[in-house]
Write a protein that binds this ligand. Structure first.
Ligand code: FES
Length: 275
């Protein structure tokens, strides 16, 4: 098992607070991390509508506050498949229905969770489990991750029960690019990297990538690995397949409750790489 802290119980969480060198942030700081270097980019991407309210979800701290909602990126008001669901609860059934229309049975949507941008992707693991990898049918792959220098960070298979690992055919990805913190997206543009096909291995070939339009970084949402920030904080994330980003963005741990996706705040330090 790598140094990375897997899903803690309450006691373990308390112990983590004493770990030497660990970064710990409270809810207020968490919100701030969503508003630092790329606030302008975030605002531009989300549009001006209700930005402040997005950063301060209402409801007084109930579990419902942590449900993922759709967010229609600026410029996609007419094209996003979820355009009429802006700021509404994101539903697993709707992601599945959209995915059923595609060749890969994948679909994605921009969202907001706990005041932060996320990208949620449907990965058809339940459909493709047991099929040959050579069939080029998408599925979650647990891989070994390396840092920007090529040094091994860790293997995602050592954390296969972690709630951040895609499950229930869903992956929830922190929507900040580790390059300069723009917000990548699912099918924001039409190009080779967003084509409706898939290849295994987390390479830069094939489509179905997250794509950052700022400087063309690509990320494979099906290729799960241990990543590491420049500050040495390890996290489960998706693989950078190309472009200037040093690593891929973090995965957000979550539970499925009914038809909703409920993000978990177990490891807020994962989201500090844009600080
Ligand atoms: S900010 Fe995403 S590629 Fe530069």
């Amino acid at each position: 098992m790598e140094e990375y802290r897997s899903a803690p119980d309450a006691g373990a969480k308390e112990q983590n607070a004493e770990d030497e060198g660990a970064v710990h942030i409270d809810r207020r700081q968490f919100m701030r991390y969503g508003m630092t270097a790329s606030t302008a980019v975030f605002a531009a991407s989300l549009g001006a509508i209700g930005y402040a309210s997005v950063l301060m979800p209402g409801g007084g701290g109930s579990a419902g506050d942590l449900a993922v909602k759709y967010w229609v990126p600026k410029g996609q008001e007419d094209s996003a498949w979820y355009a009429t669901s802006h700021n509404q609860l994101m539903k697993v059934s709707e992601l599945k229905a959209e995915a059923s229309k595609s060749t890969t049975k994948m679909a994605g949507a921009a969202g907001v969770w706990n005041g932060l941008p996320v990208i949620v992707v449907h990965i058809p693991d339940s459909l493709n489990a047991g099929t040959a990898m050579s069939d080029n049918k998408p599925r979650t792959q647990l891989l070994q991750g390396v840092d920007a220098t090529g040094k091994v960070v860790g293997h995602a298979a050592d954390h296969e029960d972690d709630p951040a690992i895609p499950h229930d055919d869903i992956a929830v990805i922190f929507g900040r690019c580790p390059h300069l913190c723009c917000i990548p997206g699912w099918q924001l543009v039409s190009n080779n990297f967003t084509a409706d096909n898939w290849t295994p291995g987390g390479s830069d070939s094939g489509g179905s990538k997250l794509f950052c339009i700022c400087h063309s970084s690509r990320f494979d949402p099906t290729a799960i690995e241990m990543n590491q920030t420049s500050k040495g904080i390890k996290y489960l994330g998706i693989r950078r397949s190309g472009g200037p980003s040093p690593v891929g963005p973090a995965l957000i741990p979550f539970d499925i409750e009914g038809d909703s996706i409920i993000g978990r705040t177990d490891y807020l330090e994962w989201y500090t790489y844009c600080d």
